[in-house]
Design a protein around this ligand. Structure first.
Ligand SMILES: Cc1cc2nc3c(=O)[nH]c(=O)nc-3n(C[C@H](O)[C@H](O)[C@H](O)COP(=O)(O)O)c2cc1C
Length: 249
């Protein structure tokens, strides 16, 4: 599904940057062409070398942005190259720049120089996430057609707090990227309500025994994810599933 597809990963400066290494590694092993852009702050948490090694492609920083040896400007090349652009983690700072249309580094210039769908995976401390200005920026960017949300979850954060703001896990981000590659971010199901059932049925004979089947629910979840990306309002009815990784349903 991702083999040969061109996926650009934008990494901004949050502690969750280390988790994105797994996203890049998984995509590259599956045969995708993956390139990464790191902000200066991201470079404080992870190195371009890590991403370049995992992706088998150069990883770019603002130093590259200001080099004259790329032929055409780097942000234009990368923007035209990408089929899907995933920004993970998305900091409060970079989110504000996207909401305002700012372009002061390689990552934000590439956003403006591209037309592909963009997946956003915010990550930050709960108090930061709940700030009215951050919430306003988040709502603002999601009104633009090209931005898609990998919503942050709740859990233990790196700052020893439990709350919302934890970046979506790699196993949640990967299906988002796959479905954006498939739908190209089209929202042709906007205004539709889709009901999907997923997972095996359990018909209990008594409290401990049941007649069931080994359905994993993966197909239903994939369908729900794709319908969600195409703009539908999705209701997912599921039985017990190993990992339910959908945001926005
Ligand atoms: C240890 C540490 C952890 C940080 N974690 C986050 C974070 O998870 N989310 C966030 O929005 N900002 C976080 N920041 C702040 C950003 O790094 C800072 O706002 C930076 O300017 C972001 O730049 P960028 O958006 O260009 O990457 C953190 C800063 C430090 C020092």
């Amino acid at each position: 599904m991702v083999k040969g597809r061109r996926i650009l990963i934008g990494v901004s400066g949050g502690i969750a940057a280390y988790k994105v290494c797994e996203v890049v590694s998984t995509l590259a092993k599956a045969g995708a062409e993956v390139k990464a852009i790191l902000t200066d702050a991201a470079g404080e948490f992870v190195t371009p070398l890590t991403f370049a090694t995992l992706s088998r492609h150069p990883a770019f920083t603002d130093k590259d942005f200001w080099q004259a040896n790329h032929g055409r400007p780097l942000h234009i090349q990368l923007g035209e190259w990408a089929e899907v652009f995933a920004i993970a983690p998305l900091t409060a700072n970079t989110l504000a720049k996207l909401a305002g249309g700012f372009a002061d580094n390689l990552l934000t210039n590439t956003v403006l120089a591209s037309t592909c769908p963009i997946l956003l995976a915010p990550a930050m401390n709960t108090d930061m996430w709940e700030q009215p200005a951050v919430q306003r920026n988040w709502r603002e960017v999601l009104t633009y057609r090209r931005y898609h949300a990998a919503n942050p979850g709740a859990g233990m954060l790196a700052c020893d707090r439990a709350g919302v703001g934890r970046m979506a896990e790699p196993h949640e981000i990967l299906p988002h990227i796959e479905s954006l590659l498939y739908t190209k971010g089209d929202r042709d199901l906007a205004g539709k309500r889709v009901l999907i059932s997923a997972g095996g049925t359990r018909e209990h004979l008594d409290p401990v025994r049941f007649i069931g089947n080994p359905s994993t629910g993966k197909m239903g979840i994939a369908l729900a994810q794709a319908a969600l990306h195409r703009g539908a309002a999705v209701t997912l009815v599921h039985s017990i599933t190993g990992e339910l990784s959908l945001s926005g349903v």
